[in-house]
Design a protein around this ligand. Structure first.
Ligand SMILES: [Zn+2]
Ligand SMILES: [Zn+2]
Length: 122
């Protein structure tokens, strides 16, 4: 398998980032999905590899505030919840591709907003 690199990173909206890969494959990533898959030390337990961010904890309304290249091997993202320590190596991003070909079961979209304890919408 050849090493894939992004040819084009498109900021479709704060909630969606599209990547066109060197082999022509197109990936469309919702912000909440990438945030949920963050692999930084504060999101994944260092020794056990256990993920601390559970599905549904990142609301669908999460927005990307920045995307930037890190060397020539990864992309960095910053999110509207203030988190910006995630590094997404290209091969990880490609493996996360949620298109129907790569992920036939599709994504299970979380709630629009995660209610805070003691607060409610009126
Ligand atoms: Zn993280
Ligand atoms: Zn795909």
């Amino acid at each position: 398998m050849t090493y894939m690199t992004p040819k084009l990173v498109k900021r479709v909206s704060p909630r969606q980032t599209d990547i066109t890969w060197s082999d022509g494959h197109q990936s469309s990533y919702p912000s909440w999905y990438l945030r949920e898959k963050c692999m930084c030390a504060s999101c994944v337990e260092e020794f056990t590899g256990e993920r601390k961010v559970r599905h549904g904890e990142i609301p669908a309304a999460l927005e990307r505030t920045a995307v930037f290249p890190i060397g020539n091997y990864a992309l960095g993202f910053a999110w509207s919840d203030g988190h910006s320590t995630g590094i997404y190596p290209f091969e990880v991003l490609r493996a996360l591709c949620p298109c129907p070909e790569c992920l036939p079961d599709g994504l299970d979209e979380p709630p629009e907003r995660v209610p805070k304890p003691g607060s409610f919408d009126v």
